[in-house]
Design a protein around this ligand. Structure first.
Ligand code: ATP
Length: 375
C-alpha cells in the first residue's frame, strides 16, 4: 500500500512553502511536503538541519514565519497545540516523577475529563501494547531508560491522536535496545494506524522503520522517497553519502552510446559505462555513485588488455580489511591514490581469506549498479 502513489488518497498533512526564521537565521527554508495517513514518516538529516523545528511547527509549539500547514485539510494557522489532532512525544520523555506508570499514562485523559472506567480500560490497553504490565505500579526512577521511553509512548498513544510526532524517540537507548524498539514501534504504528512522524539523525533507524524518508540539509528537503529508492536512486552526492556507504567517482560525459553514457574519469582510472541514463551534454561534469556491495573484488585482471581499454574496472592495492563476520570490508587504494570501499558477504566459513593486505585487486561493477549524479 503506497498512498503517496494513489491519486485518490488525500494527504494527512500538507505543508506548503513553510519557512521558519530565528532572527536572520533560516531554520526551515520554504519546505513543501505531503504526508499520508498511516505513514511512518521520518525527517532525517544532520544536527541543526531544521528537523525539530519542522516537527514543532506541526505540533504548534513553533509558529511559521511564512507558509501553511494543513492537517486533514484544515489550516492550522492560529490553532493552538492542544486543539490539534496530534500528540508530540519529547526526547526527554517528560514523565511526572512522583506518579507511577499507570498514573503517568492516565494523566492526560483525566485532564480531559474522560470517565474513570474508560480511563482504566484505555490505560490497560496501552500498557499491554507497550509491554509494561509488570511495571504499572513503579515510578519513573524505578524504570530503565527503555521502560521510561515506553511510558512516554504509552502516554502519547492513550490519547488516540491521529498523528504522533516523535523527536528522536530512541535517542537515549543503547544499540541493541534501539534495534528491538524500532521493530516494536513499527508494530505499534501498524496496530494503531496512527500516522507517525519521527525526527532522527540516524540513517539506519530511518531506513528500518519508515515508509518514506525526507532527507534534509540546511533547512531544505533534498529528497523524499522510500528507503529503498533513496538507497538505490539518490538524487545527489549529499543523499548518496548520507544514506549508507558509497564510493563517488568524478568524471565527464564522453559520449552517448544507445541508452547509456560513457564517462571519462581520471579519478576512476578507467572509462565508465552507465546504465540507461538521461542524455547529458558531452563534457558535463558528473559523479558516479557505486555502493560498496556492488563492487566485486578479484585478484584477476580483466581479460582485455591494455588497461587503457578497461571499462568499469578500478585497479589498486588492498589497504586494509575489516572482518565483520557476515561480511568483510576492503579499503582499496587506487593507483591514483583515491580510496575506495568494497564489501563482500562471507558466505562460507572461511578461515583463510583469499584476498589479503597489499594484494593487487580489480574492482568491477555492472553498468546499472551505479547511479549518475549531477550535483
Ligand atoms: P538536532 O538533530 O541537533 O536536534 P535539528 O535538525 O533538529 O538538530 P533544529 O533544532 O530544528 O535542528 O534547529 C535548526 C537550527 O535552528 C539550528 O541551527 C538551531 O540552532 C536553530 N534554532 C532552533 N531553535 C531556535 C531558537 N528558538 N532560536 C534561535 N535559533 C534556533
Amino acid at each position: 500500500w503506497e498512498p503517496w502513489n494513489d491519486p485518490s488518497e488525500r494527504p494527512h498533512v500538507q505543508i506548503a512553502n513553510l519557512t521558519k526564521r530565528f532572527g536572520d537565521f533560516v531554520a526551515v527554508d520554504d519546505i513543501s511536503l505531503d504526508i499520508y495517513r498511516k505513514e511512518f514518516f521520518s525527517l532525517l538529516g544532520p544536527s541543526g538541519c531544521g528537523k525539530t523545528t519542522l516537527l514543532r511547527m506541526l505540533a504548534g509549539f513553533e509558529l511559521p514565519s511564512s507558509g501553511q500547514i494543513l492537517l486533514e485539510g484544515e489550516d492550522m494557522s492560529g490553532v493552538p497545540p492542544y486543539e490539534r489532532p496530534v500528540n508530540m512525544m519529547f526526547q526527554s520523555y517528560a514523565l511526572f516523577p512522583h506518579m507511577n506508570v499507570e498514573k503517568n499514562i492516565a494523566f492526560g485523559l483525566k485532564q480531559d475529563g474522560v470517565p474513570k472506567p474508560e480511563i482504566e480500560r484505555r490505560v490497560a490497553e496501552v500498557i499491554e501494547m507497550v509491554q509494561l504490565n509488570a511495571f504499572a505500579k513503579r515510578k519513573p526512577h524505578q524504570l530503565s531508560g527503555g521502560q521510561r521511553q515506553r511510558v512516554a509512548l504509552a502516554r502519547s498513544l492513550v490519547k488516540k491522536p491521529k498523528m504522533l510526532l516523535l523527536d528522536e524517540p530512541l535517542g537515549a537507548l543503547d544499540k541493541n535496545l534501539r534495534t528491538q524498539t524500532q521493530f516494536e514501534l513499527m508494530n505499534i504504528q501498524e496496530e494503531t494506524g496512527i500516522t507517525f512522524v519521527i525526527v532522527t539523525h540516524d540513517q539506519e533507524e530511518a531506513m528500518t522503520v519508515s515508509s518514506r524518508i525526507a532527507v534534509m540539509d540546511h533547512g531544505k528537503i533534498v529528497q523524499v522517497s522510500t528507503p529503498a529508492e533513496l538507497y538505490e536512486y539518490p538524487n545527489s552526492r549529499y543523499v548518496a553519502d548520507f544514506i549508507g556507504e558509497v564510493n563517488i567517482l568524478e568524471g565527464r560525459v564522453d559520449s552517448r552510446e544507445g541508452d547509456h553514457l560513457m564517462i571519462q574519469s581520471s579519478e576512476a582510472g578507467c572509462a565508465i559505462q552507465t546504465g540507461p541514463s538521461a542524455d547529458e551534454p558531452v563534457g558535463r561534469q558528473v559523479w558516479i555513485a557505486v555502493r560498496p556491495e556492488k563492487l566485486s573484488i578479484s585478484l584477476e585482471a580483466p581479460a582485455s588488455t591494455p588497461s587503457s581499454t578497461w571499462v568499469n574496472c578500478l585497479a589498486g592495492e588492498v589497504w586494509d580489511i575489516g572482518y565483520l563476520g557476515n561480511l568483510s570490508i576492503y579499503h582499496v587504494k587506487l593507483d591514483n591514490g583515491k580510496m575506495v570501499t568494497a564489501t563482500q558477504a562471507n558466505m562460507a566459513r572461511l578461515i583463510e581469506r583469499p584476498i589479503t593486505w597489499e594484494d593487487r585487486v580489480y574492482l568491477t561493477w555492472a553498468p546499472d549498479a551505479a547511479v549518475v549524479l549531477l550535483n
